[in-house]
Design a protein around this ligand. Sequence first.
Ligand code: BDR
Ligand code: CA
Length: 317
Amino acid sequence: MTDKKGKLPLILDGDPGHDDAIAWLLAEASRRTDGICDIRAVTTVGGNVSLDKTTYNALRVCTLLGIEAPIAAGAPHPLTADLMVAPSVHGESGLDGPALPEPDRDLSDLTAVELMAKVIRDSEDKVTIVSTGPMTNTATLLLAHPELKSNIEQISLMGGGLGFGNWTPAAEFNILVDPEAADIVFRSGVPLIMAGLDVTERALLEPDDFERIRDVKNPVSDIVWQWLEFFYKFHKKLGYEGAPMHDPCAVMALIHPEIFTFEDYYVQVETGGEYCRGATVADRRRVMDKAPNAKCIMNLNRDAFADYIFEGVRAYG
Ligand code: BDR
Ligand code: CA
């Protein structure tokens, strides 16, 4: 976490995705207003939809949001498993809903892992990775470049859940897609901030919040409003009272940590198991002789969270 005085060099690694896009908006809005976030790279991974779609979406989202960092495509599929996608949540394009601008920039010639390595190696300050999709790129980076670990400040990730899953009773989508990658990340020794379902399912934007955003009437507000409407339509059928802002929690925890409660645990990823593949198992009773490897976010001030997303949208003029 930042002390809010220094800059926070960031790599945004995700599979956009409505909530990934809103997470990235928060980071760019912070760059524009308080100057905390400094986005050095955007990298994509196959997850919500295939890699070609998440990469196209990343180019369109960065065009819309004015994120000027290089963008590189990453892993098309998990380390060992077949790719599992989620069109029921995000639509066939991975970002269904409003029309988006066509990309006004090119993809980097580097792969995601090459770009991540270059950014981390060249940075004077330690770099934070914000991971909002399957952790395939990050795990590959850590395996290929263990020497760079010392220049990674932390990995702030949306994934898992200590109490429950969303794609199976035990597993959350991002971890379930690539448990082997998540296992490498959780064992890496790099400090982790884990925004799991425990908090992200409480980070609901409600219809009143959507309207407040729609009424901002700036170059991004109408699109964000329509993203929220689209994302909520799926969740409403499941009984949610708002749209769960899973991925924005991973950025918000860096720029407004004071609105969250954290508990430190040793967390392991289940890679086998008949029922529990992809589960994130936390040693909450401290029965293992292991130091915590993750700051797990357990709860939040929902109203403050909604206000800060609103402020993020307002940062666009
Ligand atoms: C996660 O899965 C994806 O559908 C979302 O973008 C988020 O990263 C929530 O389980
Ligand atoms: Ca995501």
